[in-house]
Design a protein around this ligand. Sequence first.
Ligand code: FMN
Length: 485
Amino acid sequence: MPERQLHLGYMHWLNGTHWGGWRHPDAPTARAFELEYATKALRIVEDAKFDFFFLGDTLPGDIVGEQWITTHNTGRLEPFTLASQLALNSSRIGLVVTAHPTFYEPYILARLTASLDHLSGGRLAWNVVLGASDLAARNFSLPDLGGADRYGRADEFIDVVQRLWDSVEVGAYLQDKRSGRYLDDTKVHRLEWEGRHFQVAGTLPLERPPQGHVPLLYAGASELSRELTAKWADINFTGPATPEESIAFNTDVRRRAERLRGRTDPLFFLPGITPLVADTRAEAVELYEELNALLPFDDDLVEGDQDEAFWSGPEWAGISSGRGGLPRGVRSVRSLSERLGVDLRPLGIDGVVKPDTAERFDAYGRRLLAALGERTGRSVDGGSVRVRDLLGAATAGNFPLVIGTAGQVADTLIDWFERGAAEGFNVSTPYLWEPLERFAGEVVPLLQERGVYRADYTSSTFRGHFGLDVPAGRFAATASEGRSA
Ligand SMILES: Cc1cc2nc3c(=O)[nH]c(=O)nc-3n(C[C@H](O)[C@H](O)[C@H](O)COP(=O)(O)O)c2cc1C
């Protein structure tokens, strides 16, 4: 078996990542607030020996608006509470909780993560996020998320959290009945942190977590995100569109890590992907198009539901420049035309896009055509791209879909892995449950047969699955010199 093995995470989205997925006849009606729903997914992926079960978390500002797109945000249990239940219902798989530094104090986050790392036997990781809307910030007495300043706050936040994890060394709890010494106070290190954002003077009331430092995940590709990943993260799961883009991104972040960490710690890149598996490629494409037909579009499919003034206003400017799928209210040929720079309304929803029309598309339109071609094989030159296909691709969400037979999906993953474009993948599915069951039951065995994926767990900690050492505590060397602060 080759030494280098790929890693798999499962991103648990309530209804999957296709915005029409929840309406598929086989999709379950999501029971967001019942433990059984998440544990069903947990069982599937732990049986398939996944490295981790990933709980994303975006605090919404407006669940009424979000119901048309990010349905998972409209029904979410608090991630630490859910993860502690998932820990009880599993034994080997890693568990990733998501927490936004802007909405916590480092002390609270350090205590939550250290506690859950203890209770799960070293299976926890923390996904550091800085996204979500400014509206969400208003739930926290804040006018907004703080713009670019939130990256600086996150940087100091992580530093303080790691210091807190180190603050009580392993072995500090003596409980020596004979001598009457409960704590070895040489192993307890008070922080006297006076930073720009935080002032923290204490220690945690618990021993260093089993993993020393709970591993960190991060997604994001801007300059500031690259620096944050390079300085702190163990895993990045941003979703570049091609292996070439991925290699360029990974190389850049690793170079930064050398500068910022002073050493080349292992850094894992696990792009997010959404596989869609069927018996034949044609059936997989058919399923994708079936899902697109389930997208809730505007009532007036061609002209859209907005008045003329909307298209020159700030709301549309914001949506148009964003990278996400189109929200309800702008799911029409009109919005598509606005976005790709050519008026497609005269063609109607079933019109075929001709080469001379496609030539006038802007960069967004060209990317959409490329994604459509990869997903479905439809091409302008082949005369098979209808306006409906472009609208579906623009609305479905911009998740990197891998569509095909189990063999084709496995080949794509292995290709990325072997070319050094990825160390593995953070997998989500377009809807539940069948696409998840098929990935776990058909693609994973092929990866195992090809020798690139574990047949069984060899570890029961998050770090162990990735071969990451437990880092030495910053106070361990000075312990004999007594209490440091
Ligand atoms: C694949 C992916 C998943 C993300 N998941 C979340 C999330 O669950 N919650 C959240 O607040 N932000 C999430 N984000 C946003 C990131 O935390 C981060 O704020 C954003 O990507 C920063 O982007 P930039 O620095 O590249 O502009 C996610 C980003 C990506 C790329």
